[in-house]
Ligand binder design. Structure first.
Ligand code: FES
Ligand code: FES
Length: 246
């Protein structure tokens, strides 16, 4: 499945239909799923005997943290077409910041929401949920990823580093310290993702140029700093690493 694209698996289930909806992020889930279901219903109307031509859509959906009353929209249209979201859980194993976890996840949960809400590691943020802002950045098997676009089952067995995993014995990682020292933090919402992107860059390039830093952080958006202080922080961190940091 392409990351970030909603995925819909449809099959008959008794006298109803069971639909497994997987989308990129929690807050978009209801709308995206409902749109896909509307499309599906249009197709079903073409198949004789499946639904009545004027059958409407009764919507269920949404994230697991929403109360049931918020998860239902409808009925819409003249009739009623009942849809259920398959919430079967599976056990996955995650190694996060060196700690091994077994987590029961639903197939559509993202890595971001699983780490934040199941493991309680809330340093990684959800800014957009669509892979655009980088606030959710983590390092998975050595690669920088946007965890809002990775499904939790895709992370099964993988080694994950989050912002919480950078400090050692109470000492901030040089990148974290540099962000503080240079004033690269204002509201701080983008900062965990920025720092993870900077770490991923410095892991492979200990002597980045300003252009290297710009490119390395190109997937991370900041609405406060204007970026200059952030780039300055990463360059300062690189110098710190040369002086014998982590
Ligand atoms: S929350 Fe993942 S890229 Fe914005
Ligand atoms: S410091 Fe506020 S978004 Fe970057």
């Amino acid at each position: 499945m392409a990351h970030g694209r909603p995925f819909l698996h449809f099959h008959p289930f008794g006298d109803r239909f069971c639909v497994d909806v997987r989308t990129a992020s929690g807050f978009r889930r209801i709308d995206v799923a409902a749109d896909r279901l509307e499309d599906l219903l249009v197709e079903l109307r073409q198949i004789e005997g499946v639904v009545e031509p004027n059958t409407g859509l009764f919507r269920y959906g949404g994230g697991r943290h929403e109360p049931p009353s918020d998860r239902t929209q409808g009925p819409r249209g003249a009739g009623r077409f009942e849809v259920e979201v398959d919430m079967a859980k599976q056990i996955i194993e995650l190694v996060v910041n060196g700690h091994r976890y077994e987590v029961a996840v639903e197939p559509h949960w993202t890595l971001l929401e699983t780490v934040r809400e199941e493991l309680g590691l809330t340093g990684s943020k959800e800014g957009c949920g669509t892979g655009d802002c980088g606030a959710c950045s983590m390092i998975v098997d050595g690669r920088l990823i946007t965890s809002c676009l990775m499904l939790a089952p895709e992370a099964d067995g993988r080694d994950i580093v989050t912002i919480e995993g950078l400090a050692r014995n109470g000492d901030l990682h040089p990148v974290q310290q540099a962000f503080i020292d240079t004033g690269g933090v204002q509201c701080g919402f983008c900062t965990p993702g920025m720092i993870m992107a900077a770490k991923a860059l410095l892991d492979v390039n200990r002597s980045p140029t300003l252009d290297d830093v710009r490119e390395g952080l190109a997937g991370n958006l900041c609405r406060c700093t204007g970026y200059a202080k952030i780039y300055e922080a990463v360059l300062a961190a690189a110098q710190g690493l040369h002086r014998g940091g982590v």
